[in-house]
Write a protein that binds this ligand. Sequence first.
Ligand code: GDP
Length: 471
Amino acid sequence: MNDILSMDTVAAISTAAGEAGIGVIRISGPKAREIALRVFRRGRSVEAGAVPGGRPEFSFRPRYMHYGHIVDPTDGRVLDEALCVFMPGPRSYTGEDVAEIQCHGSYVSLREILALVIREGAVPADRGEFTKRAFMNGRLDLAQAEAVMDLISSKSSRGHEVAMGQVMGSLSGRIGALRAALLDELVGISVNMDYPDEDIEQVIYEKLNDSLIAIKAELSTILATANEGRILREGVGIALVGRPNVGKSSLMNRFLRSERSIVTNVPGTTRDTVEESASLRGISVRFVDTAGIRESADPVERLGVERSRRALGEADLLLLLLDEGSGIEEGDLPLLELCRGRSFIAVLNKSDIGSVIRDEELAPYGPAAVVRISALSGEGLSELERAIEETVLGADFTGSEPMISNARHIALARKAFDELNEAVEQISLGSALDLIEINVHAAYDALGEITGETASDDIINEVFSRFCLGK
Ligand code: GDP
C-alpha cells in the first residue's frame, strides 16, 4: 500500500470552505515541487509569457515563504496573488515533498487553483490522506494520527488539551513502553519453550507473573482516565428536566449567553427538544432542553415528551430544575423519581423570589449536588458550573495525566487488560507456557493496534476515512 501511495502526488484544499482571509492548498508527493514551480510565479511581475517561477533559474528555498502569483502556465491567466512554501521530504508533515500555496480564502480561488494543480499532474487527496501518508512514513503513529483529528474537531479547551497531549505522543509513549515490556516476556517465554528447563521453570513463572501484574496495573491506571478522557473528547450530554415554567429555557439561555431558545410564560411551548452546545469550564457540553416531562393529551406535546424521555436516556447528566418560589409540587414528583439512581444535580431556580425547598427533601433521591440559582439574575450560575464539572469529572480530577479518550483505544486497552488477566489466571493454574503465551501475545497485539503496528489495512483505512478532506 505504501508503494502505491507514494507514487501519486496528491492535492487538496486544506482550509475550511467559506470566505476567509487566506486559504491553503497542500500538495504532497514526488511531483510537488515540479507542479508548484509550474503554477507559481515569484515576485510582482505577472506579464503573460513570463516563465513559470518568475525567472528561469528560480527554485524554491526549502521552508521559505515566497511571494508571487498563481498563473495558468498555458495561457498566462493570473488566478490569485499567493505565497508558496516548499518543504522537501522527509522533514515535512507527510514525510514526502510538500508544497503549500496560501492564496486568498475565496472558494473560487481555491477551487480554481486546485483544479490547475490537478491538471498539472496531482490527484485529489482522499480524506485524511496527508495524515495517512505521515503515518505510513512513520512521522506519527495511529494513535497520534487520530489525536490530530480530535484536535481539529475539539470544541472545548480541555478536549483540545487532551488531544494535543496525544499528538505529542503521551499515550503512544506509555503504550509503547507496555508493549516493550510484553515483548520481553514473550521472548522469555519462547526461549523457555524452545529450551525447556525444569529447574528454572518455577522462576520463569514467578517472574512472568510479577511482570504481567505490573503491566496490568499500569494499564488499569491508563484505563482509569477513560471516562474523563471520553467526556473531554466527546463532550457531555446534559438534559434539563423540570415541569413547565421552572426556568429551563431561561437557564439554557444563560449557559448559551444567547436568546436562541424561546423563553415564554405559557407552559409547554418548548415542544421540540432543542439541542445546543456550549463550552463550560473548558468542557464541551450538549444541552438538551426537554419539553417538560409530563403526560399530556395534546399529540404535539406528547411527541415532545417522548423525545424528552429519549433525550434523558442519552444524557450523561440531568439537571432537575425546581422552583424556589413555589416549592416542590406534585408535578415535580415523577421527575424526581425519574432522576433517582441517575447522575443528577438538583437546581433550585428562582432563588430571587424564594427559598422554600430544604436539602433534606431532596436527599432521598440522591442528587450529586443541590445548587440554588436565579436564571433571571445569573446568581449561583458559577456554583452550578462548578458542580457540573465536579459531577462529570470527579472532585479530584486534575487532568494532568496522559489520558486515553478515543473509544477505539479504550476498547483495545480493555481487551489487552482482559488477556493479561487471563494469562495471570493461567499461571496460577499452572498451565503450560504455550497456553499462557497465547494471551500475552493477544495483549501485545491489542496494544499494537492502538498505535497501529499491528493494525490491519482495513482498520487503518477505516480510521482515516473518518478524517476530513485536506488533512
Ligand atoms: P421553562 O418552561 O422551564 O423553559 O421556563 P422558562 O425559562 O420559559 O421560564 C418561565 C418563566 O419563569 C419566565 O417568565 C421566566 O422569565 C421566569 N423565570 C425563569 N427563571 C427565573 C428566575 O430565576 N427568577 C424569576 N423570578 N423568574 C424566572
